[in-house]
Write a protein that binds this ligand. Structure first.
Ligand code: G3P
Length: 217
């Protein structure tokens, strides 16, 4: 399973990249706003900086909702760097645009996926990635992991090549469960990635080893 970090925060991107296990980055307009990036020029420059830090797929989201607008924006974003993946919302014009991008060699991430039907449509249009929002599904009292497992099953049965990118991850357990359910990628906040490291018995065991090591120093 690939690990992406879900943030526009350069410090966190660098910290995750330094672990040596990072395969890419996803962002969205809310994450950009959170770090104070706004305006076309600043957004483009920020994506460029992220591409310089991480050698992997970088999802850059369009904010247009009409076909022509999505295509124009997507072409601009894709021109920043070959690793850019154009993130397109799951709407009617978005599906048309994903098909156009597919036919024109531009990779896409279909975002805001909340049902298997949406995932089928995105795969049919040739999306490189499909992003089911696990945490938000859980928040609405449904089971986000069930959706990952269902999409994984459908894609296997049908032979779709689209990769399942588990998004809206809130904790380390989400990552483990998404891996189990068949996600190809998990995009996570840094805290969830670091959460995978933690176990109290590891801390207790290490403290004991270091204490015992002193006896032979
Ligand atoms: O990748 C999508 C993600 O950023 C949404 O996460 O926590 O806002 O539901 P969240």
């Amino acid at each position: 399973m690939k690990f992406f970090i879900d943030t526009a925060d350069l410090k966190q991107i660098k910290e995750a990249n330094d672990l040596g296990i990072l395969d890419g980055v996803t962002t969205n307009p809310s994450l950009m706003a959170k770090v104070g990036i706004s305006g076309e020029e600043a957004v483009m420059q920020h994506y460029k900086t992220i591409c310089d830090i991480v050698d992997g797929d970088i999802s850059a989201e369009v904010v247009s909702t009409d076909f022509e607008g999505i295509i124009a924006e997507g072409k601009k974003l894709a021109s920043i760097h070959p690793n850019i993946v154009v993130k397109v919302p799951m709407i009617q014009e978005g599906i048309k645009a994903i098909k156009w991008f597919t036919d024109n060699g531009i990779r896409t991430n279909c975002t805001l996926i909340f049902s298997a039907g949406q995932a089928i449509l995105a795969a049919k249009a040739g999306a490189t990635y499909v992003s089911p929002f696990i945490g938000r599904i859980d928040d609405s009292s449904w089971d986000g992991m069930e959706l990952i497992a269902q999409i994984s099953h459908i894609y296997q049965v049908q032979g779709f090549k689209t990769e399942i990118l588990a998004a809206s991850i809130r904790n380390a357990l989400h990552i483990v469960k998404a891996a189990e359910a068949g996600a190809d990628v998990c995009t996570c906040p840094l805290s969830s990635i670091l959460g995978l490291l933690k176990h109290p018995l590891t801390d207790i065991g290490l403290a004991q080893f270091l204490e015992d090591a002193k006896k032979f120093a």
